[in-house]
Ligand binder design. Sequence first.
Ligand SMILES: C[S@@+](CC[C@H](N)C(=O)[O-])C[C@H]1O[C@@H](n2cnc3c(N)ncnc32)[C@H](O)[C@@H]1O
Length: 254
Amino acid sequence: MSKPFGEETRGTTNPNRLRRVDRWIAWWCAHALTSAPDPLVIDLGYGATPVTAIELRDRLAAVRPDVRVVGLEISPERVADAQPFADPPRLEFLRGGFELAGLRPVVVRALNVLRQYDESAVPDAWRTMTSALAPGGWLIEGTCDELGRVCTWGALRAGEQTPVSLTLSAKLSTLESPAVFAERLPKALIHHNVPGEPVHTLLSNLDAAWRYAAPYNAFGPRQRWLATIRSAGMTTLDGPQRWRLGEVTFRWPS
Ligand SMILES: C[S@@+](CC[C@H](N)C(=O)[O-])C[C@H]1O[C@@H](n2cnc3c(N)ncnc32)[C@H](O)[C@@H]1O
């Protein structure tokens, strides 16, 4: 096999860190998962322990009981360390990079992987992963804090090179303001959060709406978040059912 495409980076991970993105994948990718002839999902770059790959398998099994998750790591040591947790064929750990080890998954989750690369590496990584997806598949690529309380991610369709959507998701009881998403934006956006750029406009509108919605705090942070999204006046790709979970999904700001 040719050398995996990418570079080894820090392996920081935590149990339950990716619960928000997993819950969203179970919703957004439900059709892709249920209609896939082979329900193969890749967790790319699972890190120092395979805990989030195990959780991904368990969560997606609620949507597609025969889902198979393959955790891919570029670090051979991390692949070896994960073997005791393998449960083939439903859960396997292999060495691989952005080329996806020659597999053809219906969903790829790559969280906190590109964050440690230069921004210039993103287009090639996206292109390589989306061209390896099964038809109708999705690449979910993003970033979160260490405990998974502030998360953002983009979704790209198979064969495409620009994300369709940007999702922001947070634990509302600890959210100080939507401005905190700025530190956790996907690599492709994080350096563009400057006046005049669409992502800056998006976060500024949301932040202004959050301040305007301050009186709703009396009814709890969820009500404030709902009022924020409504009053921000921006088109979303989801609705109140998702907003209630502390999420919102916009068209990708490009
Ligand atoms: C910070 S950890 C993220 C762990 C987990 N995804 C999470 O969010 O908690 C990043 C991991 O991605 C791996 N990695 C980096 N580039 C990779 C690539 N191109 N292919 C596979 N793994 C990669 C690193 O070796 C590291 O273990």
